[in-house]
Design a protein around this ligand. Structure first.
Ligand code: ADP
Length: 160
C-alpha cells in the first residue's frame, strides 16, 4: 500500500520525520508531498524544502519526496494513491484536519485520510516554532536534523 503525506515542510522537523518513519515501517511506499502554495511565500523555496526532506529521509528507501500544487485530490489521482496520512499533534489540529478530510472525501469518494497521533516528544513542535526560535537566536538542535539547522543559519545569514 502507498500513502501520501502532504504538508508545507517549511522546514521538515523531527515531528514530521517521526511520522514519516512510522509510515515507512507500516506501508510499502510513502510519498512526502510538499504543497506549493502560490499565495504563500515560504521561508525556504520548494526546491530547498525538497532537498532538506530528501537528505533527512535518505536512510528510508521506500520514502519518495515530491511537490504538488492545486488540489490534493488531483495529486492523489495522478499518483494513483487513495490514502493520505496527516499528523495530529493536539485537539487544535483536529478541527481543521477533520474539515479537510471530509471535504476531500466529498470531492474524491475513495480517498481515505488516516490520522497518525504525534509522538508525545514532538506534540508541541511545528515548523513555525522552529523558525521563531532560530530567528531569535535560539538553538533548534533538538527540533530538526543538523542539515536543516545549518540551512536555517545560512538562510538567516543570507548565504542561501
Ligand atoms: P507545520 O508547519 O505546522 O509544522 P506542515 O503543514 O508542514 O505543518 O505539516 C504537515 C503534516 O505534518 C500535517 O499533517 C501536520 O499535522 C503534521 N505535523 C506537523 N508537525 C508535527 C509534529 N510535531 N508531530 C506530528 N505531526 C506533525
Amino acid at each position: 500500500m502507498k500513502v501520501i503525506y502532504p504538508g508545507s515542510f517549511d522546514p521538515v522537523t523531527y515531528g514530521h520525520l517521526d511520522i514519516i518513519k512510522r509510515c515507512a515501517d507500516k506501508f510499502d511506499e510513502v510519498i512526502v508531498a510538499v504543497l506549493h502554495n502560490n499565495n504563500k511565500n515560504g521561508f525556504f523555496s520548494i526546491d530547498e524544502r525538497l532537498e532538506l526532506l530528501r537528505k533527512s529521509t535518505e536512510d528510508m528507501p521506500n520514502v519518495k519526496v515530491d511537490s504538488f500544487s492545486g488540489l490534493l485530490i488531483d495529486y492523489a489521482k495522478l499518483k494513483k494513491v487513495d490514502i493520505v496520512v496527516k499528523g495530529l499533534r493536539a485537539v487544535s489540529d483536529f478541527e481543521y484536519e477533520l474539515q479537510m478530510a471530509l471535504a476531500n472525501r466529498k470531492l474524491y469518494n475513495s480517498l481515505e485520510t488516516l490520522f497518525m497521533v504525534s509522538n508525545s516528544k514532538y506534540s508541541f513542535l511545528s515548523s513555525s516554532i522552529v523558525k521563531e526560535v532560530v530567528l531569535n537566536g535560539g538553538d533548534v538542535s533538538c527540533f530538526v536534523p543538523d542539515i536543516v539547522k545549518d540551512s536555517l543559519r545560512k538562510k538567516i545569514e543570507g548565504g542561501l
